[in-house]
Design a protein around this ligand. Structure first.
Ligand code: B12
Length: 210
């Protein structure tokens, strides 16, 4: 049986090898992927953020923990993805310009795929122009924007404005998220909704594309 506290510690300590090994063991024990994410992996990243804030951790530690988290998440992603069924809707997702954080965005993308959405992931540091081009090309029902930095939140407004300027805003719904984002901010920039985590993102995506 995997000792799941080790998964928390491995992510906190940036130990990629142990994070991957414990995740593999937990999956073969039959532990649910979402339990690993919500009880151990996300809390570890929260603690990493807390340590960074009080200067116990610095950027190299953020990078190592981010890498350990990604390694574990990559094993879970295929299991979050459902099979079969007609797509529930089309989604274009990306982290906005200037922002390199993609772990939460990847989790939202996997959960949406798991819920049957066809997801086009544009990656991180995505310009408003690239969102506009992707909306023209893929004709999504929903555009999902992620931002983890206070300073990149205005780039979400730039995407909404660029969609308006391109005459596309009426054709898509816009869902925003990321730790510093709020529903007030979503309203203020003219997005359709805000969701605080990947599970709620799926609920809203379903609602917005009905
Ligand atoms: C890992 C990490 C990094 C890694 C990112 C690796 C990667 N590939 O993503 C690296 C080292 C690159 C990094 C860099 C920086 N980081 Co950093 N980083 C973090 C950290 C520790 C964890 C983020 C994370 O992955 N969390 C786990 C995921 C699962 O959670 P999440 O991202 O919040 O996503 C969930 C929800 O927010 C939501 N969600 C997310 N996106 C979306 C999108 C939609 C549409 C929806 C609906 C929902 C949704 O659902 C997700 C799942 O439930 C956070 C601290 C924290 N606790 O958030 C700091 C943090 C975000 N970073 C911070 C900072 C300051 C930086 C740097 C500026 C540091 C520096 N001086 O260089 C740089 C900026 C680089 C850049 N230009 O982007 C600050 C931001 C402060 C602020 N409010 O502006 C934080 C909060 C740390 C802190 N406490 O000070 N960072």
């Amino acid at each position: 049986m995997a000792d799941l506290k080790q998964l928390y510690d491995a992510i906190l300590n940036g130990d990629h090898k142990t994070a991957v090994a414990v995740t593999k063991q937990a999956l073969s024990d039959g532990t649910a992927p979402m339990e690993l994410i919500t009880k151990y992996m996300s809390p570890a990243m929260d603690e990493v953020g807390r340590r960074f804030e009080c200067e116990e951790y610095f950027v190299p530690e953020l990078l190592l923990s981010g890498r350990a988290m990604k390694g574990a998440l990559e094993l879970l992603q295929p299991l979050l993805v459902a099979s079969g069924a007609a797509p529930a809707g089309r989604v274009v997702i990306g982290t906005v310009k200037g922002d390199l954080h993609d772990i939460g965005k990847n989790l939202v993308a996997s959960m949406l795929e798991g819920a049957g959405f066809e997801v086009r992931d544009l990656g991180a540091d995505v310009s408003p122009e690239r969102f506009v081009t992707a909306v023209r090309e893929h004709k999504p029902d929903l555009v999902c924007l992620s931002a983890l930095l206070t300073v990149t939140m205005p780039a979400m407004r730039d995407v909404v404005d660029a969609l308006k300027a391109a005459g596309l805003r009426d054709r898509v719904r816009v869902l925003v998220g990321g730790a510093p984002v709020t529903s007030e901010f979503a309203n203020e920039i003219g997005a359709d909704a805000y969701a605080e985590n990947a599970g709620v993102a799926v609920t809203f995506a379903r609602r917005l594309t009905r």
